[in-house]
Design a protein around this ligand. Structure first.
Ligand code: NAG
Ligand code: NAG
Ligand code: NAG
Ligand code: NAG
Length: 371
């Protein structure tokens, strides 16, 4: 056995070409091994002394005349693949799902099918071919062999799968399956619009942006988080959430309605108004949780009055309470209105349903929210 180091010119060119390649994905960033001499069918008369001594753990793909895979059985004899000792892979190829796996590469020499060994890494790529991470041959002349898997349309690149499909070799054919985030028959795959289909998992307070093969969730202004969970960034003094997605501060300080409003304004906010039916329920939850000494309070101001026009109720922001809107009035006769009663209170005695009371009553707690 000749221990000279000899590298085929074509290979040298390829090594030089690969210098400076810094990408991470071995399925798109590999060195091509395509010399005819490397194919396991090439019988060596003893004159070819190629050697993979210069290999250094880069990722390689077998292509063209070299074949499309590494042989998984010992070659019929040594003196093949342009070397004294042909190297073959002692194990099966991984599936796509297996990811990167370790295998033993064996060099066949002098009747011993595994005379020298190296440890190589192998992975299947979604386009159906394999890439191999190959260390230097331990001695010369040893060469990693290629073989042609003639029935592997995926590895041969003779399949018609879409760029965004996974090619699976099958007995007598191949299957194309669109990758995650794409739909179609595998020959044609189109990007799913998860945002429009409502199959995204963005938070209520996030904006969904469709991307190729996926989607992005970005928390709306005033919220922070990863887009799947967004929390309100609350001003100082506000912070209780109670599941509202709002910044709130519950004041257990009985004040008249106008004093309550002034109190909130002094804290850069306004008195909390109910925005929808869900707020009604959530507010009841707050009231149940606020404390044990609720007896001090007869109710809670909710930001709804008919102070401007007697008999016409409007929320603090000026929105009128129209007949079709949500409401939670206590049953008659308890919600009776009058000229002297302008302010709506959620009344404890009536399970926190609404009644109209004098705005001068001082036995209501209230909630502020920031402007
Ligand atoms: C081998 O690959 C190189 C680079 O991809 C290419 O230029 C060359 O033509 C190929 N040779 C053969 C025999 O396929
Ligand atoms: C090929 O795809 C068809 C249809 O999706 C499926 O029924 C079959 O099991 C697949 N064959 C293999 C070997 O994956
Ligand atoms: C998706 O979000 C990431 C991280 O926020 C960002 O880097 C990327 O540019 C976004 N992509 C698109 C298409 O918006
Ligand atoms: C409010 O709570 C009641 C009783 O638990 C329930 O029947 C109703 O559907 C809830 N309404 C909303 C808008 O959540």
């Amino acid at each position: 056995m000749d221990l000279r180091v000899s590298v085929p010119v074509g290979l040298l060119v390829l090594i030089i070409m690969s210098t400076g390649v810094t990408g991470q994905d071995p399925c798109s960033d590999y060195i091509v091994l395509n010399e005819t001499s490397r194919n396991v069918q090439q019988v060596n008369d003893g004159s070819a002394k190629n050697c993979d001594r210069e290999f250094n753990g880069e990722w390689y793909r077998f292509m063209g005349p070299a074949g499309n895979v590494m042989p998984t059985e010992a070659p019929p004899n040594w003196n093949r693949c342009g070397a004294d000792a042909p190297m073959w892979m002692n194990g099966q190829h991984p599936t796509l799902a297996d990811g990167e796996v370790s295998r033993q590469a064996c060099a066949y020499w002098g009747g011993v099918t595994c005379r020298w060994q190296t440890t190589i890494q192998v992975r299947a790529c979604s386009a159906g071919y394999f890439v191999y991470k190959l260390p230097a041959a331990p001695v010369c002349s040893l060469v990693y062999c290629g073989a042609s898997d003639d029935n592997n349309e995926c590895a041969d690149d003779t399949d018609n799968c879409h760029d965004q499909a996974t090619c699976t070799n099958t007995d007598g054919g191949f299957n194309c399956t669109c990758n995650d985030g794409y739909s179609g028959d595998g020959v044609t795959c189109t990007d799913n619009n998860e945002c429009a289909d409502d199959t995204d998992n963005c938070h209520d307070q996030a904006t969904c942006t469709n991307t190729d093969g996926g989607f992005n969730c970005t928390c709306n202004d005033g919220y922070s988080g990863d887009g799947v969970t967004c929390t309100r960034a609350c001003p100082v003094g506000y912070g209780e959430d109670y599941g509202f997605g709002k910044c709130l501060r519950v004041l257990k300080r009985p004040l008249t309605y106008s004093m309550a409003k002034t109190h909130c304004q002094a804290r850069g906010g306004r008195i909390f108004q109910l925005d929808n039916a869900a707020d009604v329920n959530r507010t009841k939850t707050i009231l149940e949780r606020v404390g044990t000494n609720l007896n001090r309070y007869v109710g809670m101001w909710v930001g709804l009055t008919d102070e401007t026009t007697e008999g016409t109720f409007a929320w603090e922001d000026g929105t009128p309470l129209d007949s079709g809107d949500f409401s939670d009035w206590a049953p008659q006769p308890y919600n009776h209105n009058s000229k002297r009663r302008d302010c709506v209170q959620m009344k404890r005695k009536f399970n926190w349903q609404w009644v109209v009371r004098s705005c001068m009553r001082v036995k209501n707690l209230f909630v502020c929210e920031p402007n």
